[in-house]
Design a protein around this ligand. Structure first.
Ligand SMILES: *[C@@H]1O[C@H](CO)[C@@H](O)[C@H](O)[C@H]1NC(C)=O
Ligand SMILES: *[C@@H]1O[C@H](CO)[C@@H](O)[C@H](O)[C@H]1NC(C)=O
Ligand SMILES: *[C@@H]1O[C@H](CO)[C@@H](O)[C@H](O)[C@H]1NC(C)=O
Ligand SMILES: *[C@@H]1O[C@H](CO)[C@@H](O)[C@H](O)[C@H]1NC(C)=O
Ligand SMILES: *[C@@H]1O[C@H](CO)[C@@H](O)[C@H](O)[C@H]1NC(C)=O
Ligand SMILES: *[C@@H]1O[C@H](CO)[C@@H](O)[C@H](O)[C@H]1NC(C)=O
Length: 425
């Protein structure tokens, strides 16, 4: 079932698995790191820049320290603690353990603290560990706007994941990150049917579940029977990308609460209006990536983007030259808004999609297992939404299906896994 993968906060482990690092030979599916292009970032607060990155690492640190004192360190320690616990999932999965619900998965990693972090805001959690409101307003909220289009009122767990992604060490794949998906799909040698799934109907034969999956495409309507079905698209009522229905299930499958956050990406080829950012002389504009705080603003981020393949001689366009910029915004940009950001432009291409769950729009965490052998991969999006998190969810669902199929119940929803994993070695 196809849907553009919900994008894109952290790309680390998944890509590391698929590609080899640095100048090493290409990995299993022939991917390489894209060459880095340096560019400075800054956070724009509506009238002036709140925080500007310099070329000098120590000066960046000094500025953070000068402006925000110990908040910056406390934030880092908080994020690291969450990430360290989250990383346990890779060890559990390497030993074949799976979870039938998002809550069980989170509990096994970080006990009630993790579950609680899906119910309380980033701001609450950070204030509690001594991060100041000013640092949250100026810096944290800008990062959350950039990755989720949401504010520091979003849940702490998803927030921590996106702040971890903001600490650098992200990289991209030469030729485009989409090569990860197409490469992995090819590797599985799967038989792909290009069609839209319309319904899943439960049939039983000799006490065993059998699922009839109906789909339609240009050729017409058709259906097939399957032992195991995995749904890899968000199931929610409003503006759903799928109109999937379930039939024959008792109790019915109707866990479709919650809405999604639309995101609009506009690719603009043109001349940046550096005056808008307080630089009347465009030659002096120093930034390639601009984040924004929660000031009343029509855009979340503005990035100078580079091709998916970077040659050795590549250089960024000078700030006064025409370049390709990516604007992320919650709503489509009006012409007047484009005219504010750009002195003039040659072309604009836009894409709008339901990018992330609107956190707080559903009261409970969903389950991976919807029925005996019917699974819901996107359930984990409700804890955090990124490519890496979805790869973890996919592996969990694969293990869950396998363990259930072979009745290996000792590998499902086990408690105290840290201890079990240690003694198994
Ligand atoms: C849950 O998190 C909130 C906010 O961080 C905190 O005030 C509360 O004590 C936590 N509750 C539990 C049971 O950990
Ligand atoms: C870009 O990189 C990809 C992956 O390495 C390669 O397949 C493709 O041919 C390259 N394209 C160009 C235009 O160099
Ligand atoms: C295919 O099925 C849908 C319902 O899922 C129905 O509305 C449509 O008419 C069907 N098309 C054909 C060609 O049978
Ligand atoms: C769903 O889409 C409609 C029309 O595009 C829009 O008016 C509405 O606000 C959307 N609802 C949500 C929750 O995004
Ligand atoms: C889902 O159904 C609604 C109403 O029937 C329709 O407007 C919408 O286009 C459908 N969405 C998809 C992705 O097929
Ligand atoms: C550029 O920004 C300045 C300052 O906000 C604004 O006065 C001007 O109208 C904008 N547009 C152009 C095309 O200069």
């Amino acid at each position: 079932m196809a849907r553009a993968a919900p994008l894109l906060a952290a790309l680390t482990a998944l890509l590391a698995a698929a590609a080899a690092g640095g100048d090493a030979p290409p990995g299993k599916i022939g991917l390489r790191h894209r060459r880095e292009v340096v560019g400075r970032s800054a956070i724009f607060g509506g009238e002036h820049f709140m925080l500007e990155e310099t070329d000098w690492y120590l000066l960046n640190l000094f500025r953070l320290w000068w402006h925000y004192g110990i908040s910056f360190l406390r934030l880092q320690m908080w994020v690291e603690e969450v990430m360290e616990k989250f990383m346990r999932i890779y060890k559990y999965q390497a030993h074949g353990y799976a979870f039938s619900g998002v809550e069980e998965l989170l509990y096994s990693l970080g006990e009630s603290t993790f579950v609680n972090m899906t119910q309380h805001s980033v701001a609450e959690s950070l204030l509690q560990v001594g991060v100041t409101q000013r640092f949250i307003d100026d810096v944290v909220s800008a990062v959350l706007r950039a990755s989720y289009g949401q504010s520091a009122a979003m849940p702490a767990f998803a927030g921590a994941m996106s702040l971890a992604g903001a600490q650098g060490s992200l990289w991209s794949v030469e030729g485009g990150n989409k090569l990860v998906c197409s490469g992995l799909l090819k590797l599985t040698k799967a038989n792909v049917i290009h069609a839209t799934v319309t319904s899943v109907t439960l049939h039983s034969t000799e006490g065993k579940a059998l699922y009839q999956v109906a789909y339609e495409n240009e050729v017409g309507n058709s259906s097939d029977f399957y032992d195991i079905v995995v749904i890899a698209t968000p199931l929610h009522l409003d503006n759903s990308s799928s109109n999937l229905t379930f039939a024959g299930f008792h109790p019915p499958i109707d866990d479709v609460q919650g809405s999604f956050q639309p995101t609009v990406v506009s690719l603009v080829h043109g001349y940046l209006n550096s005056s808008y950012f307080g630089f009347p002389d465009p030659k002096l504009f120093p930034f390639a990536n601009i984040l924004t705080t929660d000031f009343p603003s029509f855009f979340c981020t503005l990035d100078n983007i580079c091709p998916v393949n970077i040659s050795a001689s590549f250089r960024r366009k000078q700030p006064q030259e025409a370049a390709v910029w990516r604007v992320q915004s919650p709503k489509p940009l009006f012409r007047t808004q484009l005219k504010t950001l750009f002195r003039s432009y040659y072309s604009v291409q836009t894409a709008e999609w339901q990018a992330h769950p609107l956190y707080g729009s559903r009261p409970t965490l969903p389950r991976f297992a919807l029925h005996d052998q019917l699974f819901y991969l996107n359930a984990l999006e409700w804890a955090a939404s990124s490519v890496e998190v979805m790869a973890v969810a996919a592996k969990n669902v694969a293990l869950l299906a396998y363990n259930r199929w072979y009745q290996d119940l000792d590998k499902i929803d086990q408690k105290d896994l840290m201890h079990k994993v240690k003694t198994e070695l």
